[in-house]
Design a protein around this ligand. Sequence first.
Ligand SMILES: *Cc1c(COP(=O)(O)O)cnc(C)c1O
Length: 434
Amino acid sequence: MKYYSTSNKNHQVNLKEAVFKGLALDKGLYMPQSIPVLPKEFFANIKKLSFRELSFEIASALFHTDIPLNELKKINDEALDFETPLVNVHDSVYSLELFHGPTLAFKDVGARYMAQMLAYFTRGYQSEIHVLVATSGDTGSAVANGFLGVPGIKVHILYPKGLVSYLQEKQFTTLGQNITALEVEGSFDDCQRLVKEAFVDAEVNSKLTLTSANSINLARLLPQSFYYFNAFRQLQENYGKLAFSVPSGNFGNITSGLIAKKMGLPVDQYIATTNINDVVPEYLRTGKYTARPSMATVANAMDVGDPSNFTRILDLYGNSHKAIANDILGYSYNDTEIKRCISEVSKKHKYLTDPHGATAYMGLSQFLSENKGYTGIFLETAHPAKFSKTVEESLGHTIEIPEKLAEFGKKEKVSLEMAADYLAFREYLMGLNS
Ligand SMILES: *Cc1c(COP(=O)(O)O)cnc(C)c1O
């Protein structure tokens, strides 16, 4: 299959190149030339499949021309070594728990898939591959853990100093080996800008083989569609109409969901929820897209002022605001509302949400109160203990930290401090061994 750049449909590459480049040279994002529609038999048999099995079926439809099926099976099974259970919270409201991977966040799915694909594509390479990743928290840990110890690959993580939680930071600053953490004196948007500049810097690219692991990378984006099907598989018969509510920052997660719909998943409504960084909900309401600097919130993995995957959503819908607003509703919530929601859902329904999942829960509740006949699924994108400070403040008592997470806290942080300045980043890159 060919992948085109959203900036120029004639600029087409194969999967390997799209995965490698991350961002096209013309700064566009890659999209599949055609999105396969899954056959009726797939849906008829879906209840008999495991998460891994159904993912392999979809992966085969997407990638069979680029990766031999026996290799794809290994990539798939290695990456998806955990479940995404659908949990009933109350009535027709379900939580799709995406936090059962190694770093307890949904980004494990895409990051692990990408690490395995890249390792496959670079098998036997002479020079090292450098993965650049800007993170507002969870990307860094998922990518770092996905790539940890993979031979021939070095990972460089840029994160905003003081703006990620203590345990998040520990998850990517304590690993060592092929992982380096760069602590940038700026915002997440600054980190993202530095990475984007490096990819279009000819001199840097002639010295180093660079690739990205942000949610712009197809190898992360496409596999994220698999868990939407896995949610569908776990639904009861007679679920009625179906709505998915997705807590959104860079809008990679929801874009994957929209792609799942194009592949034939019967979804009637998508709901995009944000914190006060509400550029997209505003666009959905007004048709105007106004990027602005991000503001810090308690749902910090969504502190994004200019979501990178928005271009892909425009592309999927042929730039039609009407078509986009027809499929996606947008809601935004402030910190007070998020904290109140965590407390209320815990008290009323004995279910603990994290600050991101809480926005999705609120958006879904708002939608369901106005629309009848739906089953609603909100995506719980991180384990609540990853945001223990906010969750505990909301509840007024402490919560249990899972062993997997506590382990990271015991290790020592190692990071390189850097100004939010491209020249400083460039100097660092030029000093690396190719
Ligand atoms: C990254 C992240 C999000 C936002 O996902 P996007 O794909 O960037 O929209 C939401 N919740 C958590 C916990 C995250 O880490």
